[in-house]
Design a protein around this ligand. Structure first.
Ligand code: CO
Ligand code: ZN
Length: 336
């Protein structure tokens, strides 16, 4: 899966400009799906037909980035975050625009490093003045971390945008392995604008009207030095979400996941995430309510340019999703 993850993570795709990622995913899924369509916001739907119920599985295509707010007379650029990014982590980090223009972030003179916030940092794209800079970029242009994918010794790998291109990779790999006939209909949603508030999944769930929802996204871990106390570790299997800030996972969906893992000897962990959300947060409150859960990929240093995941967790996430989608899900009775 390394090549797939390399291709996906190195593609440019900040929230609202996911088209290069969408084009790549469409080409990778060619011929393996019954129906492919997009909507007005740019969500990509890969549908597999089948009888009721309908399951929506979602991973987001967008990654966090920065947006140009101002360019000064000397060609220095002021930026604001698009998605969850801390100014304090940025000095020395490189960013790349869609055009290929790159720059590095640095900061004004500070009395104390604690003063460092978005008003004190700037992006330097190597131009002598505003006029020269404006030939390359404009107000409102988006840039993402400029950081390539690398496999580490022993099965872990490191890249920008593991959040959530690894989720996209897990879904694509699952699509590859599914049998011709499925016991129920499945829509693989590659959503837009998750990082700015689960916006793509909100409209996509309304359109597809699923009976169940599953998000595939990264989660934080508690296994690094003096980390915030948390159950999830890297390499101990995909995490079955219990809750995050956006969703309390439906007990039935959680049970189906736990049972499928146990029955097939797939290692798993239970996840209670105190920060952050996923597409399941949007799907489960769509229309009249959609029982939803999430399969999470343990990930270190989420939202940094060097997010680290373990290949065995990815492999086991694919296995879990495959087993889940090939088993019978209960039909939903509606009482009025
Ligand atoms: Co994220
Ligand atoms: Zn994510």
């Amino acid at each position: 899966m390394d090549n797939l993850i390399k291709a996906l993570t190195e593609t440019f795709g900040p929230s609202g400009e996911e088209d290069e990622v969408r084009t790549l995913i469409k080409s990778l899924a060619k011929g393996k799906i019954d129906r492919v369509y997009e909507d007005a916001l740019g969500n990509l739907y890969l549908e597999r037909e089948g009888p009721a119920p309908k399951i929506m599985v979602s991973a987001h295509m967008d990654e966090i980035g920065v947006i140009i707010t101002h360019i000064d007379d000397n060609g220095f650029i002021r930026i604001a975050p698009v998605g969850g990014m801390s100014a304090q982590a940025l000095p020395g980090k490189r960013f790349r625009f869609r055009s290929g223009t790159i720059g590095t972030v640095y900061h004004e003179k500070l009395k104390n490093i604690k003063e460092l916030d978005w008003t004190k940092i700037y992006l330097d794209i190597g131009q002598p003045d505003r006029k020269a800079a404006m030939k390359l970029v404009n107000i409102g242009d988006l840039a993402c971390y400029d950081q390539s994918f690398r496999a580490m010794e022993g099965g872990r790998c490191i890249s920008k945008a593991m959040d959530d291109r690894v989720g996209c990779a897990v879904m694509l790999e699952t699509i590859n392995r599914l049998p011709r006939e499925l016991p129920q209909a499945v829509c693989f949603l590659f959503s837009v604008q998750e990082e700015v508030g689960l916006r793509g999944a909100t409209t996509a769930a309304y359109r597809y009207e699923p009976d169940y929802g599953i998000a595939v996204d990264v989660t934080l871990v508690g296994d690094t030095p003096k980390a915030h106390t948390m159950e999830v570790s890297l390499g101990k299997g995909p995490a079955i979400k219990v809750k995050d800030r956006s969703v309390l996972c439906h007990p039935l969906v959680r049970k189906l996941m736990v049972d499928a893992a146990a029955k097939n000897n797939i290692p798993y962990q239970l996840e209670v995430l105190e920060r952050g959300g996923t597409d399941a947060g949007a799907i489960h409150i769509s229309r009249e309510g959609v029982p939803s859960g999430a399969i999470s990929i343990p990930c270190r240093y989420v939202h940094s340019p060097s997010e680290v995941v373990d290949s065995a967790d990815l492999e086991n996430a694919v296995l879990l999703l495959e087993k889940l989608l090939t088993q019978n899900w209960p039909k939903q009775e509606r009482s009025y």
